[in-house]
Write a protein that binds this ligand. Structure first.
Ligand SMILES: Cc1cc2nc3c(=O)[nH]c(=O)nc-3n(C[C@H](O)[C@H](O)[C@H](O)COP(=O)(O)OP(=O)(O)OC[C@H]3O[C@@H](n4cnc5c(N)ncnc54)[C@H](O)[C@@H]3O)c2cc1C
Length: 393
């Protein structure tokens, strides 16, 4: 089949890999001028880790990954008030857990394609028309093409979803927070392999020291600190962060000063995508486009890879019936993704508590995670993936 995939993040290249494996003719379309680099760090384990192993990526992941030792919660003076050793993740996943840049994972997956897949960078699918024998795809730049199947792997704000299924608002469930991230060079202090985090009611800021003397900062704050329904330019993002974090203490004055020279700031609502169907006619969605779980699940990349893998498996299992394959993909995975979404959403209210009492409670609970039975109760269930990957995508 000729298959056009919009989005070369995590799900798109994973799907391209497994489709090429079966000999399909794949076109990747990515709106960025090149694969995105830099950016935030993700935790990576579970089904995604298993699929990465099947793709031969574990060595590269090991080289680029960070074996974080500790999550440390600190007060305004930098004194430890909570947190835990990340041994708990290693123990619960039999050592199959790492942290790495999302963009490094994306580049590794894309690299596994070699030259087997045509990619249109700096372009996007702009129109999809189904005809009896083919789907006519229009692009922003390239001339139109006929394909047999269109895949939206274009993330939380998927354009393919908008074109085929309807407006974003119909499917987006905001979880009550905004997220921002940026990185700077030469920041001090550094704490190697420690994720350091400071919070006041409703606002949290964390830093992680990376290779090449870079430091990543992640901000998570409740929606009440953000004027609604605004598009945020880079300068607006900076002034919003500067005002939201002006009185948060700790290293914030220093961090906000470092932000002035930054050219790239990630900024978005913290949302999930909840849909009844991921398939319409000859278009299907994968990854965040279909079922974004949000950063609260800590597993969106692995789940995006799972959806891509299972979709490729379903197409291989029903070679003469694409419609049946797409339905199989959806029915097999949707209940699992719903459970993952529900558990991430449950976690939302306690992620950055609204009150000092809530924060104090969170600090105590995280301190208890060094006790295995407590860790199993609080983390174990969410870390486990109760879904078995089919063999042979
Ligand atoms: C701050 C933060 C922390 C996170 N932490 C974790 C974590 O710890 N563990 C974890 O597993 N996950 C984490 N996630 C979630 C994870 O990043 C996503 O779930 C995952 O990247 C989804 O992969 P995807 O391929 O579906 O989408 P994306 O990775 O978003 O890729 C989508 C791609 O589509 C492209 N695109 C977008 N629009 C268009 C268009 N119109 N035309 C063409 N291309 C387009 C984009 O440029 C991008 O390359 C985190 C997310 C955030 C924001």
């Amino acid at each position: 089949m000729r298959i056009a995939i919009n989005g070369a993040g995590i799900a798109g290249p994973t799907l391209a890999y497994w489709l090429r494996h079966r000999g399909h003719d794949v076109l990747l379309v990515e709106e960025a001028a090149a694969l995105r680099s830099g950016g935030y760090v993700i935790d990576f384990w579970g089904l995604g880790y298993d699929i990465a192993e099947r793709m031969g990526l574990l060595q590269g992941i090991g080289e680029r990954g960070y074996q974080v030792r500790e999550v440390r919660l600190v007060d305004a003076d930098g004194h430890r008030v909570g947190g835990f050793s990340t041994d708990v993740f290693g123990r619960l996943t039999q050592g199959r857990f790492t942290s790495l840049r999302r963009s490094d994972l994306s580049a590794l997956i894309y690299g596994a394609l070699g030259n087997s897949v045509e990619t249109l960078f700096g372009d996007s699918i702009a129109g999809i028309e189904e005809h009896r024998d083919a789907v006519r795809v229009r692009f922003d730049r390239a001339p139109s093409r006929d394909v047999d199947l269109v895949i939206g792997a274009d993330g939380l704000h998927s354009r393919v979803r908008r074109i085929v299924f309807g407006p974003q608002e119909r499917f987006e469930l905001p979880l009550g927070y905004h997220v921002a991230a940026f990185e700077v060079e030469g920041y001090r202090p550094r704490d190697e392999l420690v994720y350091v985090s400071h919070a006041v009611p409703g606002r949290q800021v964390s830093r992680f020291s990376m290779r090449d003397d870079r430091t990543l900062f992640l901000f998570v704050f409740r929606d009440e600190y953000t004027p609604r329904d605004r598009l945020w330019s880079r300068d607006d993002r900076k002034s919003l962060l500067a005002s939201v974090y002006a009185d948060v203490g700790w290293e914030c004055p220093h961090v906000l000063a470092a932000m002035r020279s930054v050219s790239d700031i990630y900024f978005d609502r913290l949302s999930q995508i909840r849909m009844e169907h991921w398939v319409r006619g000859r278009t299907a969605l994968v990854g965040d486009a279909a079922a974004c779980v949000s950063l609260l699940a800590g597993e969106g990349t692995g789940l995006a890879m799972t959806e891509a893998y299972v979709l490729a498996w379903a197409l291989a299992s029903y070679p003469r019936d694409v419609a049946a394959a797409l339905v199989r993909y959806q029915t097999l995975l949707m209940p699992f993704l719903r459970r993952k979404q529900a558990s991430a959403a449950r976690f939302a209210s306690s992620f950055v508590p609204r009150t000092s009492l809530g924060l104090a409670f969170r600090n105590v609970v995280t301190g208890l995670l060094r006790i295995p039975v407590v860790a199993d109760a609080f983390i174990g269930r969410d870390l486990r993936d109760d879904f078995e990957l089919p063999a042979g995508a």
